[in-house]
Design a protein around this ligand. Sequence first.
Ligand SMILES: C[S@@+](CC[C@H](N)C(=O)[O-])C[C@H]1O[C@@H](n2cnc3c(N)ncnc32)[C@H](O)[C@@H]1O
Length: 248
Amino acid sequence: MFRKPSGLRYRRYLRQLHASAVFDWYLEVGCRNGLSFAPVRSKTIAVDPYFRIESNVINEKPAMLAFQQTSDDFFASGVLQQLGIRLDFAFLDGMHLFEYLLRDIINTEARMAPGGVIALHDCCPFDSGMTTRDLDNLPKDAWTGDVWKVLPILAQYRSDLQVTVLDCRPTGLVLVTGLDPENRVLQSNYDAIVADWSGVHIDGYGPDRFYDGFEYTDAGQNMAADFPQFAAVRKSPETIRKPEYATP
Ligand SMILES: C[S@@+](CC[C@H](N)C(=O)[O-])C[C@H]1O[C@@H](n2cnc3c(N)ncnc32)[C@H](O)[C@@H]1O
């Protein structure tokens, strides 16, 4: 049986996180209208091949770089290396096919700062239809694609990582910590993983088997406990830049 997340909405969790914490560099892959990174008060890198921004998403950010390209092209450009950027927090919410998310994780982990956090969206589908890989026939409501596969893949190949699955509505928010930029296990096994998992469907794999693989963490309690996964990278409030002039 599918176990539908029933906690805080993911945007509320992220909004509260950014209200209480600043990071050095924040990366978001898959941004659409920018509403999920609008509350970010950290230096921000936004990547999406099709931005649809219609509102002020810069707000209190001291710097923001936007790259209108796929995440594969963005990482291949080497811009993070050229600018010497290490990421404290990355929210990966781009193409919802597991091999894309796997590449985003591999490429992001390689540029993480010590103690950094990667968040993955939409890994907890609540029905089988929303897991489709058919890009020409996406569901009208939530589409998670098959990024759920990344959870059993990380459990198999990267048991060294800490994976916290928050019960954020509508489709979960996964926090990955204990990241190691030098680790090449996912990269070395990428072709085998894709071959093994491409033909797997949630119905054949079994929703029970998938959901037995982890326990949800209550997002509200995590927030009340002051976002423990982010303790190593959040900065003290006095480092937050205050506006130096009144806005009209
Ligand atoms: C679910 S939306 C992101 C929503 C946003 N993060 C939020 O929470 O409101 C997914 C986005 O991923 C973008 N996308 C699709 N393919 C991508 C790719 N290969 N690399 C990066 N982004 C991609 C789409 O253009 C779309 O804007």
